[in-house]
Design a protein around this ligand. Structure first.
Ligand code: NCD
Ligand code: ZN
Length: 345
């Protein structure tokens, strides 16, 4: 197959930041996707509907002219989130979910939830009002091995949470392990998951073999090959619980190529092309449309997009970096070749 036309996809997990970074990255996403769930981990975090609507205006203003891209906003859950704010989200057209970051789990997560059980009254309200909970599923305590953090979150926190709130709609974000795949498969239809391109294409050797490569460092961290295989199987299975969420997370190159480099892979420049490569590797390009364009919209109760996009087998070299004020953003695959190219949106 050297040409593939599918319904326009959506990105169900995206970081676009603000200011100059937002201006640099938003066109990449808008060129490919109809909508995206926008993560709220700004500094300070987006915690109210009023803040989310202002942030949405900033995103809309940064879009290329005539773009029809729609940002779907989320709020950052904190220990001081009120039930009132949850009701507001339920009624807000442009705010779709709450994101829970365990405190200290990842970039800009200091304001996150330290004690998940203390937030149970908030989950009860989300369950009651039908507001989805998006989870960064990792335990954070320093004694836990970084490669075990997702599995421990599932065993120690998530299993109990889903038992306690069976009607709560949950998206376990950026799956990285076989155990997470199995948990989502066995869970009720209220539990779904996103999968990133980096976790489908790379295992942990990409970060550590032959030198330390900070542009492959993201959280949850890349895992062993058998986990990658499990993710590929889930994404290409046609099971509607698994859908596309890039977790594209731009950082300035200098902050990643650093003695304490920050977490996040930038993939918005070639998101669909990267997924196409992963699906093609296992002969499953026919499963890309469901994963990228149908299942996420269905889970969020939104209509599927009407437009379509076309990918062609046409090799191209990813730029070494994208210019940004005073520094650059280094994309996934920088300076290397990609086999697929988005030719028409
Ligand atoms: C994300 C970021 O940079 O905001 N980083 C990452 O490694 N994924 C935060 C997140 O989603 O965990
Ligand atoms: Zn993220």
């Amino acid at each position: 197959m050297d040409k593939l036309t599918i319904r326009q996809p959506d990105d169900w997990h995206l970081h676009v930041r603000t200011g100059s970074i937002l201006k640099t990255v938003i066109g990449h996403t808008a060129k490919q996707f109809g909508r995206a769930i926008i993560m709220p981990n700004l500094k300070p975090p987006v915690t109210t509907v009023a803040q989310a609507l202002l942030y949405r205006q900033e995103i809309l203003a940064a879009l290329p002219r005539e773009s029809k891209f729609q940002p779907l906003m989320t709020l950052y859950l904190t220990a001081s989130t009120s039930v009132e704010e949850i009701k507001k989200v339920a009624d807000a057209e442009h705010v779709r979910a709450f994101k829970l970051y365990p405190a200290g789990a990842t970039t800009n997560s200091d304001a996150g939830v330290a004690d998940i059980e203390a937030a149970y009254p908030l989950f009860a309200a989300m369950e009651q009002y039908g507001v989805p909970l998006l989870l960064h599923g990792e335990v954070t305590d320093a004694e836990y091995d970084i490669f075990d953090r997702e599995k421990l979150f599932i065993d120690n926190k998530l299993s109990k949470l889903t038992r306690q709130f069976p009607a709560l709609r949950i998206v376990l974000e950026h799956l990285t392990t076989q155990e997470a795949v199995q948990f989502v498969e066995a869970a009720s239809e209220n539990i779904a998951a996103t999968i990133t391109p980096q976790h489908l294409l790379y295992n942990r050797n990409a970060i550590l073999a032959g030198g330390i490569r900070p542009h492959f460092y993201c959280l949850p961290i890349l895992k062993r090959e058998h986990h990658r295989q499990a993710l590929i199987k889930a994404a290409t299975s046609g099971n509607p619980k698994f859908f596309l969420g890039t977790d594209s997370a731009p950082h300035l190159t200098g902050l990643k190529e650093n003695s304490c480099g920050c977490a996040g892979c930038y993939s918005a420049h070639a998101a669909l092309e990267l997924y196409a490569e992963a699906f093609e590797q296992v002969g499953a390009l026919d499963k890309l449309e469901g994963f990228a364009s149908f299942y996420g919209a269905d889970f969020y109760g939104l209509p599927r997009n009407c437009a379509s996009v076309t990918l062609e087998k046409q090799a191209w070299i990813v730029p070494e970096a994208y210019a940004n004020t005073d520094d650059t953003i280094t994309p996934l695959r920088a300076g290397e070749s990609l086999a697929w190219r988005l030719v028409a949106a």
